[in-house]
Design a protein. Structure first.
Ligand SMILES: *Cc1c(COP(=O)(O)O)cnc(C)c1O
Length: 444
């Protein structure tokens, strides 16, 4: 593991109160021009970044345990990525692949075919955002099967566009008053071991029974599911749940669509989260970790399904933009060359035992879960499983004020997720975990 830091260094360093004076000034300015509908988050304005460190406009060095929501998995300002992007910008920035194509798009699709699960023939289509990829996966699934119904699960998050809002479970803040929503979307219970106590096969049987009785197997175009639920709370389904659903789709002429937008690209310790259980989806959606921070998303799937779409049925002005495509190629190469999947498993081996040690010791810690470098703690009211969003908020604030950037999640707003860049050093990771532990212990 060689990480070259050029200027920023590796230590967290807080030199002002957070947010600092310059950040506060920018935040006032923002209020005049940026819609107040966007999350305010923690208003620390970033000037540059390197590795796992973000440098804000006041000169504070923050430790990044969020990777911009699982995006900068290879780290910030990685030389291989910077060089690839700069070279492509100088060559050309856009032609529109539908007008005059270029090699970088094709190469990304070749890489997607190589790294996604299964060794069947695959093709891909590229888009700009995760939501756009999910929408297109639904379009493709409906066309290829000639059916309408899309099955999703509790706690699902698939995006904020009209169709993906319908797929997303949580009302606030994603859906509230933004309807009406797209029809032919059906929601069934997921597997949430901490809260339902069911085995994977039992949770799958419960979901399948509901699909068969309320939707009808013959009407289902696809089950669209995150193999580990992201925004919903990093819910890892019980073993056997995903394989049973995949098996059911196969038997009933429906498609299994894995939304690997947050879990994909080595984040969980394998190239894709479904790889942990040997599930081979018909279609896979990817985005976040794919292009090192450049906007790029994809639908990849069985060639006969992807190619069933009539010519011109898929596309978009910017989808597969050459600069984003060059970034993806550099990102995938970096993941392969530096074996970042192994690195994600190493992060798990350090972080999970430390977090698990809090279970039973600290009353607000209800559950600790996750895979690889996608880990979360679910906070509850001590002695119960009642969600504790107030403690969660206080913990996030404690950490960010000390220069450790972490993000909350969960349908009940009561989980803190850790999504460090995979190149984070052991020293940085342990430092961040110590601050997180201090935050948790400060609550009780
Ligand atoms: C983030 C996310 C999306 C939406 O991606 P955008 O790029 O924000 O549109 C969809 N599905 C999952 C699982 C995600 O984590």
């Amino acid at each position: 593991m060689v990480v070259e830091y050029r200027t920023v260094g590796i230590a967290r360093q807080v030199v002002t109160d957070l947010p600092g004076p310059k950040s506060q000034e920018l935040h006032e300015r923002r209020k005049q021009s940026v819609s107040h509908g966007l999350t305010q988050g923690f208003p620390v304005y970033i000037d540059r970044a390197e590795g796992a460190i973000l440098v804000d406009v006041d000169g504070n060095h923050l430790l990044d345990l969020g990777s911009g929501i699982a995006v900068t998995s290879i780290g910030h300002a990685v030389p291989a990525l910077v060089e690839a992007v700069q070279a492509q910008v100088a060559d050309f920035t856009h032609t529109c692949f539908m007008v005059t194509p270029y090699l970088e798009y094709v190469e990304v699709c070749e890489e997607l075919a190589a790294v996604t699960p299964g060794d069947h023939a695959k093709t891909s289509a590229l888009f700009n955002s995760g939501a756009e990829a999910v929408e297109n996966a639904v379009k493709i699934a409906r066309l290829a099967t000639g059916r309408n119904a899309i099955v999703v699960v509790d706690h699902a998050y698939h995006g904020r566009t009209n169709l993906t809002m319908a797929l997303t479970a949580k009302n606030m803040p994603y859906k509230d008053r933004f309807g009406p929503f797209a029809p032919e979307v059906y929601r069934v219970p997921t597997s949430y071991p901490y809260r339902d106590g069911l085995s994977g096969p039992d949770a799958a049987a419960r979901a399948i029974a509901l699909i068969e009785s309320t939707v009808g197997a013959q009407n289902v175009a696809a089950i669209v599911i995150e193999p580990i639920q992201g925004e919903g709370g990093f819910i890892v389904p019980a073993e056997g749940f995903l394989p049973a659903l995949a098996e059911w789709t196969k038997k009933n002429g429906a498609l299994f669509v894995a939304d690997e937008i947050q879990t994909g690209f080595t984040r969980t310790g394998r190239w894709f989260a479904v790889d942990h259980e040997g599930v081979v989806p018909d279609l896979v959606t990817t985005a976040k970790g794919l292009a090192g921070g450049m906007p790029l998303a994809a639908v990849t799937g069985r060639a006969e399904i992807m190619n069933a779409v009539h010519e011109g049925g898929l596309g978009g002005t910017y989808g597969g933009n050459p600069v984003a495509a060059a970034a993806a190629l550099a990102t995938i190469r970096t993941m392969r060359d530096q074996n970042l999947a192994e690195r994600a498993r190493h992060i798990e081996s350090i972080a999970l035992p430390r977090l698990r040690a809090l279970l039973g010791d600290v009353g607000i810690v209800g559950d600790v879960r996750g895979r690889g470098a996608m880990l979360a703690v679910e906070f509850v009211v001590p002695g119960s499983d009642t969600p504790n969003p107030a403690a969660t908020k206080a913990i996030v604030e404690y950490c960010t004020k000390r220069g450790v950037v972490i993000i909350s999640c969960g349908t009940f707003g009561n989980c803190v997720r850790l999504l460090p860049p995979l190149i984070i050093t052991d020293e940085q990771l342990n430092d961040g975990l110590s601050v997180f532990e201090d935050a948790i212990r400060s609550i009780r």
